[in-house]
Design a protein around this ligand. Sequence first.
Ligand code: NAP
Length: 308
Amino acid sequence: MTKPLFYRLAIIGPGLIGSSIARAARAQGAVREIVATARSPKTRARVAELGIADKVVDTNAQAVEDSDLVIVCVPVGACGAVAKEIGPHLKPGAIVSDVGSVKGSVVRDMGAHLPDSAHFVPAHPVAGTEHSGPDAGFAELFDNRWCILTPPEGTDPQAVDQLAAFWRLLGAKVETMSPEHHDIVLAITSHIPHLIAYNIVGTAADVEQVTQSEVIKFSAGGFRDFTRIAASDPVMWRDVFLNNKEAVLEMLGRFSEDLAALQRMIRWDDGEALEKLFTRTRAIRRSIIEAGQDTEAPDFGRPHGHDD
Ligand code: NAP
């Protein structure tokens, strides 16, 4: 068994990501003890029933007392309020982290409430599914996925190394970058694709000449893959767009320009330009497979896996 990296891990918000961290940390022997808490009594009861934490407590303050690593796993819009609540109760020297899909706003909102005696190392595991809640988590979620750390300037490098070691033990590959850079990269690789999926599924639902049963019946033509992404948690994604506004709008502007160019190619029968673009995009798909970030299998051989 591996020597635990931390004595006590606190998971605040054991939904899909939080419960996967708890499961993976236990499977790898990464920590000695896991304490979890959730906002609703229903989730707390379910987590206790699943047995994925050693202890389930009622408040965020109780969860962080005596914890060496605290991971906040709630929607990004709620991270600031949670940090405010836990700030005064943190153990000196504790590492506080999160898993939010946006980093600039989380650094701003959480950083303001955390004491200097704690080490704040924000993180984003780029792994997920369209499912939510503690039942949806699984220990292998982070296997071979990237986890991006965005420590604010002046963060103790030892704390960053410790958190990186934790994520590696959970199966992830770790990279460090600035929160601003993270938000630009993720805007194009994750946030815009989700927005497109939400939009195309919404459009299909509104097309009057096509019946709902036809949309479902013929979905294998490409639509089906979008519906999986568009089934992602509404609150989580609402918060992502509201908190990464600038980068999303910038990328959306570029996307709309390119879409207009495509529209023009079709209108003017420019088959050569269409083929050239589609050849270029096919090569990108090949590079992703070569980098081990997906396989030819339609669902990556894992339960509904996709990256967020
Ligand atoms: P989830 O399964 O819906 O779980 C969310 C957890 O946060 C639940 O325990 C929920 O408590 C709690 N929560 C929700 N709203 C809250 C609030 N206002 N105040 C306090 N607690 C609240 O969500 P998830 O998919 O694990 O996502 C959690 C975080 O991970 C988000 O920040 C998201 O950006 C990030 N992330 C998600 C993915 C993904 O694919 N889903 C991937 C990478 C990162 P109750 O159950 O009691 O309501």
